[in-house]
Design a protein around this ligand. Sequence first.
Ligand SMILES: [Zn+2]
Ligand SMILES: [Zn+2]
Length: 646
Amino acid sequence: MDTCQRCREHGFSMDLKDGVCHRCFLRDTDNQKRPVTPFLMSAENDMDPGIVPADLPELTQVEEMVIARAHVQMLVKRVRGHQYHYTGHCVTFMQNIVRTVDVLPSLPSELDIILLQPPANHADDLRYRRQFQADFRVRRQHILTWLYFLKTNHPGYRYITISTDRIAALPVDGDVSSSIIHIADDTLGLDGPIELADAPPTSQSVVLSLDQDTTEANLILEEITGRRPPPTGLPAPSIQHTPIDEASGREQILSLAFPTLYPTGQADLNTPRLRNVPLKDYARHLLCWHDMRFAQHARWRFFIFNMYMRQKARSTAQFYVSRTSNIKDLTREELMEALNTDANLLPQIVRQGALLPGTRPYWRNRGGSLQAHARFLSPSAAPVFLTLSCADMQWHDLQRHLPRFTDYLTGDDRTRQRIVWSNVQDYPHLVAHYLDIRFRAFLKHVLRPYLGITDHWIRYEWQHRGSGHLHCLFWTESSPPLDPLTDEQRATFAEYWGQRITAWNPDQLRHPDTRNPASLAPLDVTNTSDQFAAFLNRLQLHSACRPSYCLVTNKKGETSCRFFYPRPLAQQPVVTKEINHRDYMFAPARNQAILNQCSPVVTMGWMANTDIQPSLSLHAVLAYLAKYVSKPEKSSVSYTELQVCP
Ligand SMILES: [Zn+2]
Ligand SMILES: [Zn+2]
């Protein structure tokens, strides 16, 4: 990876020339090829957040919230037990109202954290206590050190009052989880022995809120405020409330909410600048900041992303209102009324929503253009569907770019697993960027020449943890046409794809290696059928059908696997109705009923689970596109409301 001397960003393929990255070259050069100053991402333009002085102690998330002047999110932490391990899960809710306080520190009981924990009889269990000690640790001296530093060095903290009574109410070094709002969750239990050392770190996720008035967070807050009286005898913090959308324009909220990231208050989003920096570029710049503290921070990235989505939603709404002059002066209530009575208004609004990635109208729009694309290109050549998973916990080539790679190389399995898990959690931007680079290289150097691809469509999907996979649709130059009608045409089709796709396992009984083959270093991958068998046995088996995953029940009450496993064995590739009785399907030669068919070239090159299926009919292509490739993200209440009234 590279680091640019000018913007101090750190990342993949930055195309450095004399130490300056290509992005800097583009943003700091005018159309006469002369440099533009101050440089956009420079300290002169207040885009340098500095480094955190080494003598300042590292704070836990709770400690940072204790010293924060602005509170913008609510955390819900869930602790759960499992037979073999337990995980902590932290969900971030966005708040619409920023609270700013002038008297610090805040007390743990005043923080917007809710702890979902097991019933009381389990809560004192050593395993939970151990996790709480890490997550809810507060050290009085660390808080003091930071507050004095901030008061001296951070303009936003200059006039704060550091309350000695409040300081005294903090533990010297202790777990404050008992002061946090608790909700006992009966579904959480401890069901068996675990080893303490196996507990993986907490994973993070977020609930996005685009709704401008009420969020889940506000509702829960309303619900709980009554149960959270301020402690008696302590000076109450003086609290201001600012709606977050206004706050995003003027006040320097980010540096007050995340003081450990902005120790001197520099590089806040809302600092007046000589050269304007759009929010998207601002976020990218800090996400790539060379010490990676922004990328690693458990809450900052969610807040910035939420801000970005709000901004997009707002600009979409403005676009709509300015164009439709006859309703531009309506209040929200009048607009709702108009929408209920005038059927012509809603489609206009929905169309505007197509500009906002992730919404239902957006995907409907995308799905529509892809269907047109498919009709135009087909049926002269049958397209092939390819799904590629991301082995982000395995790929050696990815791990070598992430921190602690030397420990990773020399450590035992458990050490390796811990390093990889925390890296994948801490640096999701690097993992996502790596996946994109790997896919582009794979498309260019392997897929395109091998399959003879002429056109393609791809979609990235991200699971909750952030792990990605790709849905691809490739049109190729030499594949047989769609909708083969005769036995002869079907035989040609089967023969063509049978040369590229197989379900023939060279060694079903091969013993698994101790090491997952997806984590092999490039030089350790051998081009042999034994290696291929190792990949198949580890990555391509549909070994158990599960109700939550693939088992479906039809009207007659019969249960079957929606992926048609186990499948019939076959000596030769065929086009057959034997698998899916409603339609013809291509089936490769097969000697193992539960093997997920694959292309050996793709499996050996991509080194993760893949799925490949050529399509037999235009009807099937369109159905697949509608169902899988362009399906909308799962909609939340906020998204749904957004589509009705942005
Ligand atoms: Zn640069
Ligand atoms: Zn199944």
